[in-house]
Design a binder for this molecule. Structure first.
Ligand SMILES: [Zn+2]
Ligand SMILES: [Zn+2]
Length: 133
């Protein structure tokens, strides 16, 4: 059987599974990721075979002014996903910290660093892109 990896929001109502990962995962310092995640950066990873397992009644989407879609749990507020403009659900990139267990992915870059917060230094061991990669 194919391995699946599960993730969940903070309240545990919203859960999902995937079967695999894109090998690209970057810490994104853009203003929108920072605000959506309430953090120094957001880290998103592309996945295959994304499925909601539970809690779809809590899942809400916010379409930002640039057309990108942010997905979150409306019960606890956890940020869960991101899609580029007009992308279908299967192209969701997931907020990497919502996986329940370790996953076979290593963050390989930091992107949009020209928008980063002054109080957060960049990491010397990661490829750095002032805009997108
Ligand atoms: Zn939740
Ligand atoms: Zn971003």
């Amino acid at each position: 059987m194919e391995k699946s990896y599960k993730g969940s929001c903070l309240c545990g109502e919203t859960t999902y599974s995937v079967s695999g990962f894109s090998q690209l995962a970057a810490n994104c310092h853009c203003t929108m990721c920072r605000t959506f995640h309430g953090a120094a950066f957001g880290t998103l990873v592309g996945v295959s075979d994304f499925k909601w397992l539970s809690g779809q009644q809590w899942v809400k989407e916010y379409v930002a002014s640039n057309g990108t879609t942010r997905t979150f749990c409306s019960h606890c507020g956890s940020s869960l996903g991101f899609r580029v403009k007009d992308a279908p659900l299967e192209q969701i990139e997931l907020a990497i910290s919502t996986f329940d267990e370790d996953i076979p992915v290593t963050v390989d870059a930091q992107i949009y660093t020209s928008y980063k917060a002054n109080w957060c230094p960049t990491q010397e061991n990661l490829a750095t892109f002032p805009e997108g990669r």
